[in-house]
Design a protein around this ligand. Structure first.
Ligand code: SF4
Ligand code: SF4
Length: 286
C-alpha cells in the first residue's frame, strides 16, 4: 500500500512534510469517557484542544496565512479536520471548508479524522472532494466493551446509551469503512487503549477492521485528561504498548509515531501550536 506524501500514514516523510488541522468542527455527536473538550488552553497538547473555532471562510484565510509563513521551512502537504469535536457532527462546516480548500489548493492532500458515526451519509460529497485519507477511531468492536467507553451516542434525533449506543456506533463505523474503501480512500483506524477496558481487545479491532479493508491501525495509549470520566485510570507507557501493537500487527499494519495532535496543530508531526500560530489563528477568527 502506497500511503503517499502524508506524514501520519507514511513515516518516511514525517520529518520533511507538514500537516495542518483546521479547527472548524466544534460539536461532537458522542461522548467518549476519556474525553473532555471543556479545556481550551494553548499549553495543552492533545486532541480536542484548540485556541479558536473558525468558520469555513476564516479557515481558508488562516490556511493561506500559515502556508505563506511556513512555505520555506515546512511545506504543508496535508490539510485535515480533526475537531475539536467530530467533523460529521459539524458536517456543513467540515464539508464547506474542504470544498473551499480543494477549490483553492487542488494539489493538496485532504484528510479527516472522525469517530465515523455520521460519515456514510456524506459519501457523495466526499467523492467530489478527492479526499484521500480518512482516520476512523474505533475503540471497541464488542458492544459490551463499547458501552464502558461511550456514555452516549447521538444519531439522528435520538440519544442512545449503554450497549444500544455502542451498537449504533459500531454499525455506523462499519458502514463508514465500507463506504470509504468503495471510494478508494486510504483508511486508518485509531484505537485508544484504555487499561482494564479495551487493552486486550485491540487485536480483535484490528482483525475486524482489516476484514472491512482498513489499511493501517494506530493504537494510542489513552491520555490522562482531567475532568474526564476516566481521569482515574492511568495511561499505559510505551513499553506496555509494544505487545498490544505486536498482537494487532498480525492482522493489520501498525503506525507508532502519532503525536496526538491538537485540533489546531500545524507544521511537522510533533509541532503543535505556537504563540505565532495562535496570533494567526486569532487574526483569522476576528
Ligand atoms: Fe472527544 Fe473525539 Fe470522543 Fe468526540 S469522538 S468525545 S471529540 S474523543
Ligand atoms: Fe497525524 Fe496523529 Fe497528529 Fe493525527 S494526531 S495529525 S494521526 S500525528
Amino acid at each position: 500500500m502506497d500511503f503517499g506524501n502524508h506524514p501520519c500514514f507514511n513515516s518516511e516523510v514525517r520529518h520533511s512534510t507538514g500537516r495542518i488541522h483546521l479547527p472548524v468542527a466544534a460539536k461532537c455527536n458522542i461522548q467518549c469517557n476519556f474525553c473532555n473538550r471543556k479545556y481550551d488552553c494553548v499549553n495543552e497538547n492533545r486532541p480536542g484542544v484548540t485556541s479558536a473555532i473558525l468558520s469555513p471562510f476564516q479557515a481558508l484565510d488562516y490556511l493561506g496565512m500559515v502556508m505563506e509563513k511556513m512555505e520555506e521551512k515546512t511545506p504543508i502537504a496535508v490539510i485535515g479536520i480533526a475537531g475539536p469535536g467530530d467533523p460529521f457532527a459539524n458536517a456543513e462546516e467540515t464539508l464547506a471548508t474542504m470544498e473551499l480548500v480543494h477549490e483553492k489548493y487542488p494539489e493538496k492532500i485532504l484528510c479527516l479524522a472522525t469517530n465515523g458515526l455520521g460519515l456514510a451519509e456524506y459519501s457523495g460529497r466526499l467523492v467530489n472532494l478527492n479526499i484521500s485519507h480518512v482516520t476512523i477511531t474505533v475503540n471497541a468492536v464488542d458492544p459490551e466493551i463499547g458501552a464502558k467507553i461511550y456514555s452516549w451516542v447521538r444519531f439522528g434525533p435520538k440519544v442512545y446509551r449503554g450497549i444500544e449506543g455502542a451498537k449504533v456506533l459500531l454499525e455506523r463505523q462499519t458502514e463508514a469503512i465500507k463506504v470509504l474503501k468503495s471510494l478508494g480512500i486510504i483508511v486508518k483506524i485509531n484505537t485508544v487503549i484504555i487499561p482494564g477496558v479495551n487493552d486486550t481487545h485491540a487485536a480483535k479491532i484490528a482483525e475486524y477492521c482489516a476484514n472491512l479493508g482498513a489499511d493501517i491501525q494506530n493504537c494510542i495509549p489513552m491520555m490522562h485528561v482531567e475532568g474526564s470520566a476516566f481521569e482515574n485510570i492511568p495511561s499505559l507507557n510505551p513499553g506496555d504498548m509494544l505487545p498490544i501493537r505486536n498482537e494487532a500487527f498480525k492482522y493489520i499494519k501498525q503506525m507508532s509515531h502519532c503525536a496526538r495532535c491538537r485540533a489546531d496543530a500545524a507544521g511537522l508531526i510533533g509541532d503543535q501550536n505556537s504563540g505565532e500560530l495562535d496570533r494567526l489563528l486569532a487574526e483569522a477568527s476576528i
